[in-house]
Design a protein around this ligand. Structure first.
Ligand code: ARG
Length: 286
């Protein structure tokens, strides 16, 4: 699956270190969008006046599911619940490391019942569930990069949830402030590509946060506004294969140049709810 080093010319060999990528098989949780629709507006992408097509949403989601299965991932499923149209965005259901599942405590009342639903699933599947005291939207705002937790705030997760997370997971937590309402969750503004590499949209962050990102990740991929505007950053990587929005063409090019294998998937219907590939994907780390 990694790049074949034997095919690399001497001219290319200097860059070979960055071109060798190792996929790590993932275990993830997903939720089929059987009840997906847009009936309220809690982010700028959502417009209840626009029609949605639930069967198209299911078909597009199925392609994402099949892509993950094709990559060898262990894909677990949680049953969708009628009346919780955003439950398809499984990333918001919690944050899971070392078999510990920190539950979600949603900002808006429309999504609040999802918190206990996901916690019930974690409990029934052998995870050590931690009931959150603070407002947080799970892996939408918490991203693990190597041993460091990047934590978003500004629109959804409260900054005191960052302290709660640092107490639970015993890892450094770095607070990043989001400033553009279109990129309201951290996973719409940062993509984690492997243990030390990220891609991000600079304009989504305030200056102090941007300074932190520049210092920690000098080799990061900087995506275009155009790609970010279709939630191109909302992608999911196994360290080599990166599942991205099919329309994020410049991001695709940059990934290929760095030796990753971008795989485009069209989730246009789920974009009407303000979510993409990563939003539909919650990583389960034992
Ligand atoms: N409609 C959902 C909301 O606004 C979309 C969530 C997208 N999820 C994500 N991880 N970015 O809450």
């Amino acid at each position: 699956m990694s790049v074949d080093l034997a095919s690399i010319t001497p001219e290319e060999s200097a860059a070979s270190a960055v071109r060798t990528r190792t996929p790590i098989t993932r275990t993830i949780l997903m939720c089929k969008p059987e009840f997906f629709t847009v009936v309220y507006r809690i982010n700028p992408w959502m417009d209840p006046a626009l029609p949605t097509d639930t069967s198209l949403a299911v078909a597009q989601w199925q392609t994402l599911y099949d892509t993950y299965v094709g990559l060898g991932f262990d894909v677990q499923l949680i049953d969708p619940i009628d009346g919780l149209p955003d439950m398809v965005y499984a990333a918001n259901g919690g944050f899971v490391i070392d078999g510990i599942a920190y539950g979600a405590n949603f900002t808006y009342p429309q999504r609040q019942p999802e918190g206990p639903a996901y916690m019930d699933w974690f409990g029934a599947n052998g995870f050590d569930v931690r009931d959150p005291a603070e407002i947080n939207e799970g892996e939408g705002d918490f991203l693990l990069v190597g041993n460091v937790i990047l934590a978003g705030t500004g629109f959804r997760s409260a900054s005191n949830s960052h302290e709660e997370v640092s107490g639970i997971f015993n890892r450094p937590v770095i607070t990043l402030k989001l400033v553009n309402p279109s990129f309201y969750h951290l996973d719409t503004a940062i993509a984690v590509l492997d243990d030390s590499t990220i891609a991000y949209l600079p304009s989504a962050f305030d200056e102090p946060s941007l300074a932190i990102l520049r210092e920690r990740y000098p080799g990061a991929i900087i995506v275009t506004e155009e790609d970010a505007a279709i939630l191109g950053l909302n992608s999911y990587s196994d360290g080599y294969n990166v599942v991205i929005a099919a329309r994020a063409k410049d991001f695709e090019r940059q990934l290929r140049e760095r030796g990753y294998n971008p795989i485009g998937v069209d989730l246009s219907e789920l974009l009407l709810g303000g979510g993409g590939v990563k939003c539909c994907t919650l990583e389960l780390r034992r």
